[in-house]
Unconditional design. Sequence first.
Length: 132
Amino acid sequence: MFFEKTLVLPKVGRSRLHLCKDGSPRVIKAVGLRRNGSEFVLLEVDASDGVKMLSTKVLIGVDGETWRSDFERIRRGVVKSSLNWPNGLLDQLYGKERYRGVNHPKGLGELQVSREDMEGWAERVVREQLTD
């Protein structure tokens, strides 16, 4: 891992989706990884309140020079898109071939995930990163 950053989602307009149901700030986490000479970023949005389930987003070939401003735009885009990934923005920033979604294991919302399901999710994340 070469970086890890957790930030709150910003308030955008009159939307309250930047907050969880209990009023606590909703966060997004970015983790930058290196594998076999390639760099990629995993994105996760806090959906622990069950309002929405978002897949893990895998970004491939992220430019370290523009990452901060990209991440800010992505954070705003998630709220603007009603807790969906802002795929139009991701197309613009990275191109359709440079990002992918990886579905979470069934039961994640209830925190009832088997070890096998979590391992399957991890394998899908790695596979998506490698099918560049």
